[in-house]
Write a new protein. Structure first.
Length: 159
């Protein structure tokens, strides 16, 4: 049986914590060479752990993709205000296990985030991804996301 045939998406539960946190390493693809990839993993684990422990469903949610009993993907989504003051939903993390990638798991997780966002009454779902992550940028473009802002960084000390 193919993984895409058995995957279902549901809200994350306390017992999913370790599996969800183990997916944080998948968030380093395309990270700029001047960034510490392990610091990215540590930060993502911290954000996901905070989301899992928050319990404030009106402010945010975490959904997991499950194949049988195995967590193969995760998405976190929350509300925030755009700098213009307009409320919007924001995807903080989207990660899919390597063996479950490119079979529709990410698409299903984004659909869950979109459904949650619509339930919050917002008009926009936003996210950020690494400029060097061509795969993710193509994935998001295929789902209808459009580039809105560009973040520029200058390294001040090369040592």
């Amino acid at each position: 049986m193919r993984i895409e045939d058995v995957v279902r998406v549901r809200p994350a539960r306390a017992e999913d914590r370790d599996a969800v946190l183990s997916l944080a390493g998948r968030l380093t693809e395309g990270v700029a060479e001047w960034r510490d990839a392990q610091a990215v993993v540590a930060a993502a684990r911290e954000w996901l752990a905070a989301f899992l422990g928050a319990g404030d469903a009106a402010r945010g949610a975490v959904f997991v993709a499950v194949a049988g009993v195995e967590v193969v993907g995760v998405v976190s989504v929350s509300t925030q205000d755009h700098f213009t003051g307009t409320p919007e939903a924001y995807v903080g993390e989207l990660a899919v296990a390597a063996h479950a990638a490119r079979v529709g798991v990410g698409r299903r997780l984004v659909a869950a985030a979109e459904e949650w966002a619509r339930g919050q009454g917002v008009r926009h779902l936003t996210l950020e991804t690494a400029a060097g992550n061509a795969s993710a940028r193509g994935f998001y473009a295929a789902l209808g996301f459009r580039e809105e802002a560009v973040r520029l960084t200058r390294v001040l000390d090369e040592s």
